[in-house]
Design a protein around this ligand. Structure first.
Ligand code: UD1
Length: 311
């Protein structure tokens, strides 16, 4: 059994990662400032005596250091972030604090307390608008948002500190993650969470463009599993890898699955494509398979079915 700190544990990916760690019998210190995370995401987790929630801002100097000293984790899974690309454009200073300075706080706390492993939530956003698909990890890093920039800078920081200090770092470049507990609050939330909310409310969805755009949608259950593998397996060395399926799914495919569950909801309406929208995004899953032995297992239609049945 290991002791693991999860930052951003009350968020979408964080809460599923916490659930998975607990299911495997580990002790978890969940940290979240509840800025965009929700306590109810950890409702089940907090029933376990092996899980504790600490409400704290990991970007604040010394906060994580104190918690690490007290809990003495074997690894940190650092998922706390400003998650909205749009918000990073609207408030670049906040993005810098939450998506970059917080990463520095993590390494400072690790170095002061001898923590040997960290898993970091990076993003496909570090690649920018590349059209060379599937995207391999060696593709140029040309982020087009403060969010993508901070994720890329964090990766570089983590690898530089790891080389100095000897800890192991795994950077997970998530593609389009979907599943229960994803917040549909903003028009810029993940499309599947928005569609889910619309269908649940009996309202037709809006498709920007012709619906033939594709994404590499990966279930949050697969993502949580990748996080736990990277945190737990001592044979895994430092590196950065895509966390993706390698499968392209169009918005029309997604809508067809929803429509099969909600035949009474009116057909989608179509609006002009969003400015700056990319048409296709697809990750190459080879490296994560080689380095972690991880292969995504949840087919998109099954993941959507679970989401829809959860209501
Ligand atoms: C992701 C980011 C976005 C960022 C972009 C480029 C998230 C949730 N989105 O977008 O902020 O600008 O990478 O780095 O992290 N769509 C609809 N109807 C809707 C909502 C979305 O048709 O109601 C479309 C979008 O126009 C897009 C597709 O669905 O074509 C997927 O959208 P989204 O889930 O935002 O993902 P990305 O486009 O990959």
């Amino acid at each position: 059994m290991s002791r693991i700190i999860v930052t951003g544990a009350a968020g979408f990916i964080g809460s599923h990662t916490t659930d998975r760690l607990l299911a495997e019998g580990h002790d978890v210190l969940s940290i979240d400032n509840l800025r965009t995370g929700h306590r109810h995401n950890l409702e089940e987790a907090l029933k376990s005596p092996k899980c504790r929630l600490q409400i704290a801002d990991v970007a604040e100097e010394g906060v994580l250091d104190g918690l690490v000293k007290e809990f003495q984790p074997d690894a940190i899974i650092h998922l706390a972030a400003l998650v909205s690309v749009q918000e990073s454009i609207d408030d670049p200073d906040l993005n810098l604090r939450l998506n970059y300075i917080a990463t520095q706080r993590v390494t400072t706390a690790m170095e002061a307390n001898g923590v040997s492993r960290v898993v970091f939530a990076s993003s496909a956003a570090i690649y920018g608008d590349t059209t060379d698909l599937p995207i391999s990890e060696d593709a140029p890093k040309m982020p087009i948002s403060p969010y993508g920039e901070a994720k890329w800078n964090s990766e570089e920081w983590l690898h530089a500190r790891a080389a100095q200090s000897g800890f192991v770092v795994r950077c997970h470049r998530y593609f389009n993650v979907f599943g229960p507990r994803q917040d549909p609050a903003s028009p810029y939330s993940g499309v599947i969470s928005i569609f889910d909310r619309c269908y649940l409310d009996g309202k037709p969805v809006t498709i920007f463009g012709d619906g033939q755009q594709t994404r590499d949608f990966i279930s949050v259950h697969d993502v949580a599993r990748a996080n736990v593998i990277a945190a737990m397996r001592p044979d895994i060395k430092s590196g950065s890898a895509n966390v993706c399926t390698g499968n392209a799914t169009s918005l029309l495919d997604i809508v067809n699955v929803f429509a099969s569950y909600y035949p009474q909801v009116a057909a989608p309406s179509f609006a002009e494509g969003r400015e700056g929208d990319i048409i296709h995004s697809l990750g190459c899953p080879d490296r994560v398979r080689e380095q972690l032995g991880f292969v995504a297992e949840v087919p998109v239609a099954d993941g959507l079915g679970e989401l829809i049945r959860a209501g």
